[in-house]
Design a protein. Structure first.
Length: 131
């Protein structure tokens, strides 16, 4: 939409927001921070696991109420495991960015523990404790 002199755009945001300011960009940034932190703790995470972000879980998960926040998918023929984080369901249940960061961390630690058949405390000693 143009202004009355047929120049430029009107409105509160004349152009698009930078990606790092969108909700998707913030979620990806927080996920990348947690990935780097966990991958530094143990190199096998980086070799055997990749992370994917989807907006919503599959419809069956929504109906059953299981795996609403994340899931693990096995790689094909020795491929990497994939942790799938569902951004909208995680973000809707968090009040602010710090609680979203903790939720992402918690889901990743739980899924890594599931992949490697370990306790979450073995993956991340700070798991479950408020900092």
């Amino acid at each position: 939409m143009r202004d009355r002199h047929d120049r430029g755009r009107t409105g509160a945001f004349p152009g698009k927001l930078p990606y790092y300011r969108t909700s998707a960009g913030k979620f990806e940034r927080l996920t990348a921070i947690q990935m780097r932190r966990l991958w530094r703790k143990d190199s096998r995470f980086g070799r055997m696991v990749e992370v994917q972000i989807q907006e919503l879980p599959p419809f069956l998960c929504l109906e059953s109420g299981e795996n609403l926040y994340s899931a693990v998918k096995e790689g094909e023929k020795g491929g990497k495991f994939r942790i799938v984080l569902y951004s909208r369901t995680l973000a809707e249940n968090c009040a602010d960015e710090s609680s979203l960061n903790e939720a992402i961390e918690g889901e990743m630690v739980l899924r890594l523990a599931e992949i490697f058949n370990e306790r979450p405390e073995d993956i991340d000693p700070d798991f479950g404790f408020d900092s």
